[in-house]
Design a protein around this ligand. Structure first.
Ligand code: THG
Length: 366
């Protein structure tokens, strides 16, 4: 593919100067912002992520802030996950759906206070939908995009690096919980979460002015840990079954089709605008669903859906794929019709480089 032209619409981040100094070699766009995808090479980045610690500029995971007396009511309107047990200090992975039950986004919601949330969004303009619901229902809330940019620390040495900058208490933060920690006199929300299966944290950096000072402090503190700039890794996230909105699912899919039924409690999610639609489809169960898929032979870059065939019948599609160094096979995420979704089923993928033998796997690799 040719290069993408830089412009103001493709927003830089508070860490872009550091990312460029570290030698970023490719970006994608995400929420109209730059998101690094490669530093040294996808494979070199992958091995380093699994053995050391990386600092990721994931500013493109923008926050939709919802604040005011109706904040909790509005959040529950957006998702079929029952939020009644959610307390300040917790983060929830929440499928967000429209009135047909179609996926609009798959963000992480962060509950800051009874009347204040951040919705840490994947790549779709969720802000407009949330503002529309708030306005249409005359809710008493403010909805906007604050100056908050997530910086992820990922990899097996994440705790060691974070302790050096934020103190040993950061080790006590539990998975999908957050604590508030000081940096240069500023309070920052730090959660144990992130878009890899290697462990780590996400720092919600509030105020662009402290972006580079924090970036530099982490790089300085982690020198002997071989800390590097990194980014969500296209191989590791497929091995781990981490879904990508716009790639593995779109508005045409329900949460059940995307395997996110485990994050839905539609029966008790009173107020969710997609509740009636989802109650209908969840009763019957989906007729196609996301599956881990093993591919034989070299896997080309996946920049479009690859048809999955059983003989001359299309029975699904592959939406993300990579060659896995650690598992010695092609790994992929795809949507497969129920007639062919059992583990062990043999299929054929039509890739741009020709047909590939595919087997439906038992589970994701990490
Ligand atoms: N962190 C934050 N914001 C984000 C992402 C993130 N916004 C965009 C995107 N990623 C949203 N999508 C996901 C997808 C998967 C996960 C988080 C956000 C994830 N899933 C774990 C899993 O599936 O194993 C755990 C889910 C759970 O148990 O609750 O972490 O990464 N801030």
């Amino acid at each position: 593919m040719a290069l993408i032209t830089a412009s103001r619409r493709l927003r830089r981040t508070p860490f872009s100067d550091g990312v460029e100094a570290a030698g970023v070699s490719a970006y994608t766009t995400y929420n109209h912002m730059l998101l690094p995808t490669v530093f040294r090479s996808v494979v070199e980045d992958y091995h380093h992520l699994k053995s050391a610690v990386q600092v990721w500029d994931v500013s493109a995971e923008r926050q939709v802030e919802v604040r005011g007396p109706d904040a909790g009511r509005l959040l529950q309107m957006l998702t079929p996950r029952d939020l009644r047990g959610m307390l300040p200090g917790m983060c929830y992975y929440v499928p967000m759906v429209d009135e047909t039950g179609g996926m609009l986004n798959d963000p992480v919601a962060v509950k800051l206070a009874e009347d204040r949330y951040w919705i840490s969004i994947a790549d779709s303009d969720l802000l407009f939908w949330v503002k529309g619901i708030a306005y249409g229902y005359r809710l008493d809330v403010m909805v906007d995009e604050p100056d908050v940019s997530p910086l992820a620390i990922q990899g097996p040495k994440s705790d060691d690096l974070m302790e050096r900058v934020f103190g040993e208490a950061v080790r006590n933060v539990k998975f999908f919980r957050y604590g508030v920690f000081e940096f240069q006199g500023r309070s920052l929300v730090i959660a144990r979460s992130g878009y890899s299966k290697q462990g780590g944290f996400e720092i919600y950096v509030e105020g662009s002015d402290i972006g580079m000072p924090l970036w530099n402090a982490l790089m300085e503190a982690g020198k002997d840990l071989d800390v590097r700039a990194g980014c969500p890794n296209g191989i590791e996230r497929v091995e781990g079954g981490l879904l990508s909105y716009g790639n593995d699912m779109t508005r045409d899919n329900t949460p059940h089709e995307t395997g996110l039924g485990r994050f839905c409690s539609t029966q008790t999610a009173i107020g969710c605008v997609g509740r009636d639609a989802l109650l209908r489809v969840s009763k019957e169960g989906p007729v196609k669903q996301i599956r881990p898929l093993e591919i034989e032979g070299a896997v080309p870059p996946c920049d479009r859906a690859w048809p999955l065939m059983a003989g001359d019948k299309v029975v699904g599609q592959i939406t993300s794929a990579a060659n896995s160094p650690d598992f010695g096979t092609g790994v992929a995420i795809g949507m497969v019709r129920m007639t062919h979704w059992d583990a062990g089923t043999k299929l054929t993928a039509q890739t741009p480089d020709g047909p590939r033998a595919v087997t439906v796997a038992e589970k994701f690799w990490i």
